[in-house]
Write a protein that binds this ligand. Structure first.
Ligand SMILES: NC(=O)c1ccc[n+]([C@@H]2O[C@H](COP(=O)([O-])OP(=O)(O)OC[C@H]3O[C@@H](n4cnc5c(N)ncnc54)[C@H](OP(=O)(O)O)[C@@H]3O)[C@@H](O)[C@H]2O)c1
Length: 252
C-alpha cells in the first residue's frame, strides 16, 4: 500500500473538513489539515483523536500572512517528504465582523472589502502554490487544486453583482493557470486546477441559500465525494483548467 501524502489548506470546517473526513476513509492517506486557529478546531481535533497523529496532523496557517505560510511549510516539510495532493479551500464571501457582504451594486464597493477578498481568494492560494509547489514537482502524478467558484468565470457572468468575490475568484483562476504553465516545466505530471464545488451547505453559503432549490444544495460530504471523484480522473492535459463538481470544464 503506497501512502498518499495530502495537505488540506482550510480543513477545519465546511468543505475542507468534509474533504479531510472523506480522505481518511482511505487507510493509505497521511493528511495535514490547516486552520487559522488549531485551538478552536474541535471537529478536526476529535477526528485526530480517532485516527491518531500519524494519519492526521493539524497545523496553523493564515493564508493572508506569508510568514504564517512559511512556518506551515516548515511543519509540513518535516512531516511529508512530498505531497501527492494539495487542496486550497480558503474562501471569503462575507464577513459579519467587518460588515462585509457581497455587493449588489457599484455603490456598495468598498476598497477594504475588495482587499480582504483578494487576500483570501486570490493572493493566498498563489502564495500557497509559491511555497508548496516544490513538494509537488517530484515527477510523479500530483494534483494541486484550489477551490474556486463558477461565479469567477467572466464568460458565465449573466447576473452581475458580487463584484469582489467574482473578481477575486477570476484572479485566482488566472493565477492557477499561470502557475500551471510555469510548473509544467518542472514536472509534466503535476496537475494544477481550479474546482467549483457547486452550492454547498456551509457558513459561506448560509445567508444565500433561500433561493437555491433543495436539490442543488449539496452537503459538504456530497460535495467532497464529487470533487475527489473529479480529482481522481484528472490527467496532465487538464492542468490550468477550471472544473465543476461534475467534472465539466468551466470556460474562463
Ligand atoms: N459553499 C458554497 O456554496 C461554495 C460555492 C462555491 C465556491 N465555494 C468555495 O469553496 C471553498 C470552501 O468554502 P466553504 O463553503 O467550505 O466555506 P466556509 O465553511 O466558510 O469555510 C471557509 C474556509 O476558509 C478558511 N479561511 C478563511 N479565511 C482564511 C485565512 N485568512 N487563512 C486561512 N484560511 C482561511 C477557513 O479556515 P479557518 O478554519 O481558519 O476559519 C475555512 O476553512 C471556498 O474557496 C469557497 O469560495 C463554496
Amino acid at each position: 500500500m503506497t501512502t498518499k501524502h495530502i495537505l488540506i489548506q482550510g480543513g477545519a470546517r465546511g468543505l475542507g473538513l468534509a474533504l479531510v473526513q472523506q480522505l481518511l476513509e482511505d487507510d493509505a492517506t497521511r493528511i495535514t489539515a490547516t486552520t487559522r486557529r488549531p485551538a478552536n478546531a474541535d471537529a478536526l481535533t476529535s477526528l485526530q483523536g480517532e485516527v491518531g497523529e500519524q494519519r492526521l496532523a493539524i497545523v496553523a496557517l493564515d493564508i493572508t500572512d506569508e510568514a504564517s505560510i512559511r512556518e506551515a511549510r516548515q511543519a509540513v516539510g518535516a512531516r511529508h517528504e512530498r505531497l501527492d495532493l494539495l487542496i486550497n479551500c480558503a474562501g471569503l464571501l462575507h464577513d459579519e465582523a467587518n460588515d462585509q457582504w457581497p455587493e449588489k451594486r457599484l455603490a456598495d464597493i468598498q476598497p477594504e472589502h475588495f482587499a480582504a477578498s483578494f487576500a483570501v481568494n486570490a493572493t493566498g492560494p498563489a502564495l500557497m502554490i509559491k511555497h508548496f509547489a516544490d513538494l509537488m514537482t517530484h515527477g510523479e502524478r500530483a494534483v494541486l487544486a484550489s477551490i474556486s467558484a463558477r461565479v469567477g468565470s467572466i464568460s458565465d457572468n449573466g447576473y452581475g453583482g458580487w463584484y469582489g468575490y467574482r473578481a477575486s475568484k477570476a484572479a485566482q483562476n488566472q493565477l492557477t493557470r499561470t502557475a500551471s504553465i510555469e510548473l509544467a516545466r518542472k514536472s509534466k505530471r503535476l496537475i494544477c486546477v481550479g474546482l467549483h464545488p457547486g452550492t454547498v451547505d456551509t457558513d459561506l453559503s448560509a445567508p444565500f441559500q433561500k433561493r437555491v432549490p433543495d436539490k442543488q444544495l449539496q452537503t459538504p460530504i456530497q460535495a467532497a465525494k464529487h470533487l475527489l471523484g473529479v480529482i481522481a480522473q484528472l490527467t496532465p492535459d487538464d492542468t490550468g483548467q477550471l472544473f465543476d463538481w461534475a467534472g465539466k470544464k468551466i470556460a474562463p
